[in-house]
Design a protein around this ligand. Structure first.
Ligand code: CA
Length: 150
């Protein structure tokens, strides 16, 4: 299925902890040379959350740890929310290299949160997070085989 990254302009990010000198915003700046990092070994409960600013359709999530190649999440849960209060779990997953892709059934939500569920001696770093569009829009009667988003 063709996918197109959503326009992430205006998105904001927060995290459970952030390395001094980095910023959650670094994961959304379209520059793989900047990163957000925990600055601490991975532990269950650490989280990274993006606020897309409005309701979005999407069906997968890509986390790229960039040049911090071993800082991929060892185990994670993806949750989404419309109000930053009530969360729905949409997928679990685990990384095995610098780029982690988590697929799930298409959802519509404003907030996306990734929470670790495994520990590791490696830090957790995200050079870039992408929440690609699903390749179709469930609006105007378009079904799952509708035209690609442009
Ligand atoms: Ca970046």
């Amino acid at each position: 299925m063709a996918t197109v990254p959503l326009d992430q302009t205006g998105w904001t990010a927060t995290a459970s902890a952030t390395e001094s000198g980095s910023s959650p915003a670094n994961a959304l700046d379209w520059n793989t040379g900047t990163r957000w990092s925990t600055g601490a070994p991975q532990a269950a409960g650490q989280w990274f959350k993006a606020d897309t600013g409005s309701s979005q359709w999407f069906n997968h999530l890509v986390l790229d740890s960039g040049t911090s190649a071993t800082d991929y999440p060892r185990g994670l849960t993806v949750e989404v929310s419309d109000d930053n209060s009530t969360w729905r779990t949409v997928a679990g997953g685990e990384g095995a290299g610098a780029v982690t892709t988590v697929n799930f059934p298409i959802v519509q939500a404003r907030y996306v949160k990734v929470t670790l569920n495994k520990a590791s001696g490696s830090w957790w770093s995200i050079a870039e997070m992408r929440v690609p569009a699903s390749g179709c829009r469930r609006r105007q009667g378009y079904g799952p085989r509708g035209p690609a988003r442009t």
